[in-house]
Design a protein around this ligand. Structure first.
Ligand SMILES: [Zn+2]
Ligand SMILES: [Zn+2]
Length: 178
């Protein structure tokens, strides 16, 4: 499963974010300053745009010697805009910790991750997932009584009730919205 190549605009944004993240990382006493220059060289790319759960990933190559070498750090392309920039910086920081050799999401990884100074930016993962689901939905299950909408990939086919008023939800194609 190969990924999309970043275009020149995406590459410029990714490199700008790299510098911002590294600037923060230079102030983190638990990191070895000698390790940080390696992060200047890591290739940055973008995930396929239909990913909803993965927001960033570090891909490794296994060398013939068995050694693992970072191939690329990919971010979700929808993170590369101003609206999500604060969260994108945190995701990149998370991936950079992996690149530095902290491969597991264990307690020590989580405590390093918690040193990211922008707590608001770091906490936007669920909202980003939700926004991706909305963007991908082919159908909205709509309650004709209270107008609640549930974004979904599939039709409901009359099998689901509104959780507020128990009316049968109707399928509305997102092609018909706006
Ligand atoms: Zn991770
Ligand atoms: Zn309802």
């Amino acid at each position: 499963m190969r990924l999309a190549k970043p275009n020149s605009n995406q590459r410029a944004i990714l490199n700008g974010m790299r510098h911002e993240v590294l600037e923060q990382m230079h102030h983190m006493p638990f990191l070895e300053p000698a390790d940080l220059p390696s992060l200047e060289q890591v290739r940055l790319g973008v995930l396929r745009s239909n990913a909803t759960q993965r927001h960033g990933v570090t891909r490794w190559n296994v060398q013939p010697s068995g050694e693992l070498v970072v191939e690329v750090v990919d971010l979700h392309p929808a993170l590369l805009n101003d609206e999500w920039r604060d969260y994108a910086l945190f995701v990149l920081f998370h991936e950079f910790l992996h690149v530095l050799g902290h491969r597991a999401h264990n307690a020590s990884f989580r405590s390093m991750e918690a040193q990211w100074p922008d707590i608001t930016g770091a906490s936007r993962g669920k909202s980003f997932t939700h926004e991706r689901r909305l963007a991908r939905a082919k159908w909205h299950w709509v309650c004709p009584t209270c107008d609640l909408r549930f974004p979904r990939q599939r039709r409901g086919g009359g099998r689901y009730l509104c959780r507020t008023c128990r009316t049968v939800l109707l399928d509305v194609s997102t092609q018909d919205i706006e």
